[in-house]
Design a protein around this ligand. Structure first.
Ligand SMILES: Cc1ncc(COP(=O)(O)O)c(C=O)c1O
Length: 366
């Protein structure tokens, strides 16, 4: 079986270092808000290129805390609108509605799969306060025009970097392109923890301080509560493991890029469409999405030939039961992506033989 993701094999690559990192946390007997968190926050902020990093419990919390932080600072208010791509993972949208703000869904482009920046300005109303871009599949969702639009309209630019660790725009990393960014370290991400974990990166000192307090029950001083906060902290074990993994992130991403280059060169089947190829710095290939009108048949065929695949994602947010009020809306490009997308094996441990096997069966599909 060629696995989509093989966490046992990935963990085995640097197992001794993880064991040592975990052992040092156990030896220290300090499991939250300790040295490992401080070290990871400092190293990750430096890697991304921001002044601040706040480690939190998961990516959804990171997204929620950014919006909540802006509310506490009086920048966002209930009912304000946030522009967001229609084809994202549900977490991006949940973070907006959970804070009583209104997501304004904007279509992606079919070629690039990311928010259609030409349609962003049309979606701006007097209630718009921010834009949340999502670097979906590890592909850059930013360009300079988007930065200009935010500046012109006084909007906060937020990034969902759950899938884009290490991805860059003109030498600047995602996570440092806007005002604040949310990162997920869910185990399957390019930078993945050994459980749930996340972070916010920003240059905004005030926002970072509010988020840090909100994530710690709303407290800046022990047992004194300034905000109605939550408990969203990263375990020391996750922080220690992530700090080891961070050293290998660029190398891992390069392996993903090499595999992607092979796929682009070798996948040759008129029934299969590949997304527009980007420069390496603009794509860290969290997933390798391919598109096929007979996607479900293709998936069954690949399964039969021991190639594991996954659909990202079968149902778009506006068709989900939790957002019934949007179910009648139509976002044709988003819907086409969700009908045709199939993610094929992509990670840093796939062997040449496995990659050849994937291509062989993709090209054999009739
Ligand atoms: C685009 C996107 N945003 C947000 C999240 C939420 O992250 P987490 O699972 O760490 O809460 C994920 C991943 O799961 C994601 O893929």
């Amino acid at each position: 079986m060629v696995k989509l993701l093989d966490l046992q094999k990935i963990t085995a690559m640097h197992r001794d270092e993880y064991d040592m990192a975990i052992r040092s946390v156990l030896d220290a007997g300090w499991f939250l808000q300790g040295h490992a968190n401080q070290q990871f926050e400092s190293d990750y902020a430096q890697y991304v290129g921001t002044n601040h990093c706040v480690a939190v419990a998961n990516g959804l919390d990171a997204l929620k805390l950014i919006i909540r932080g802006y509310k506490e600072l009086g920048v966002f208010h209930d009912g304000d609108e946030i522009i967001v791509p229609a084809n994202t993972y549900i977490a991006t949208i949940l973070a907006i509605t959970d804070n009583n703000l209104v997501p304004v869904l904007v279509e992606p482009t079919w070629e690039y799969l990311e928010i259609d920046i030409d349609k962003v300005e049309e979606a701006i109303t007097p209630k718009t306060r921010g834009i949340m871009i999502v670097h979906l599949y590890g592909r850059i969702a930013y360009n300079d025009l988007l930065g200009e639009i935010c500046q012109k309209h006084g909007l906060k630019l937020m990034e969902d970097c759950a899938q884009s660790h290490g991805c860059q725009w003109k030498g600047r990393k995602t996570g440092a392109l806007g005002d604040a960014a949310a990162h997920s370290f869910y185990p399957g991400k390019n930078l993945g923890a050994v459980g749930d974990a996340g972070a916010v990166t920003t240059d905004d000192k005030e926002l970072a301080a509010v988020i840090r307090a909100l994530a710690n029950y709303g407290s800046q001083k022990k047992y004194v509560f300034r905000y109605v906060g939550m408990n969203s902290r990263m375990s020391e074990i996750d922080a220690a493991v992530l700090d080891v993994k961070l050293k290998y992130l660029d190398e891992d991403n390069r392996r993903r890029q090499q595999l992607a280059a092979y796929y682009y060169k070798s996948i040759d089947n008129p029934l299969i469409t590949l997304p527009q190829q980007l420069n390496d710095e603009n794509n860290v290939y969290h997933q390798f999405p391919i598109f096929c009108e007979r996607r479900d048949e293709l998936q069954a065929f690949l399964t039969e030939h021991s190639i594991q695949t996954l659909i990202h994602y079968p149902i778009p947010p506006h068709k989900q039961e939790c957002y019934k009020e949007w179910n009648d809306r139509s976002y044709p490009i988003t819907e086409k992506i969700h009908q045709q997308e199939l993610s094929i094996p992509m990670n840093q441990v796939i062997t040449e033989e496995e990659a050849q096997e994937v291509v062989k069966w993709l090209n054999a599909f009739l």
